[in-house]
Design a protein around this ligand. Sequence first.
Ligand code: ATP
Length: 264
Amino acid sequence: ASGAAPGSRNVPPTRYEDVGGMRETIEMVREAVELPITHPEIFKKMGIRPHKGILFYGPPGTGKTLLARAVAHESGAHFIAVSGPEILNKFWGQSEAKLRSIFGEARAKAPAIVLFDEIDSFASSRDAMSESFEATLVSQLLSLMDGLNDLGRVCVIATTNRPSALDSALRRPGRFDHEIEVGLPDAEARLHILKIHARGMPTDPDLDLEQIARATGGYSGADLEALCREAALVCMRRTINLRDFEKRIAPHQLSALSVTTYDF
Ligand code: ATP
């Protein structure tokens, strides 16, 4: 995928193998997003309409964005990532034009995946917002999605930590009518995630990641990534001290060391 309208990015090389502990979720995502892109003929033949919009929901840092990037890369789709808070703030005054140009780009470069990260930042219940600017944006997003007739060639993914706060109109058929939960990882999933982030780190052969996976209940993937990064930084910051040498010197030679030190 390529192309770079303002705010869009090229697909980062994220693969399914970079997403840990989500075997079943990846299968669901492949079926809902990748299959219509790579094999549209199956859907045509069976007379099935692929989902236009898919909602990834779950706690922060569980890999929702990572998963969206992976499916875009693996299916070879043009990828446009849009940050919800950014569309509201950075493009203040131009948000509607921005939304139109995003959908225009997606159709022109189809197959394409548009990712609205943290969609709740502008698409919370319209009742609560009454006639606000956000409400106008939601209406526009809905009409742009209704206008998509590309049968799976353009897929819109949205992520949120608060699915219940979303405007209910977004979740009607033909919009974000398919929901995939991305929950906190269990011990087995945490081990997989730790292995991914410890990949390429010079770790001790006796480092037991299983033990760490067991001791990190409640950690998200992002927490586990931060843990690995911090552990690596501590190693880098630490200067090599005498203990490091002592540990590597045979006991009978250590006495020779002290002889040298006190030899006058
Ligand atoms: P938020 O809801 O806060 O936007 P998110 O669910 O979209 O969070 P990501 O942004 O995808 O989470 O995760 C942040 C980072 O944490 C990822 O770039 C990745 O490095 C790491 N991470 C999270 N989940 C996983 C996972 N399942 N496997 C590997 N790494 C993960």
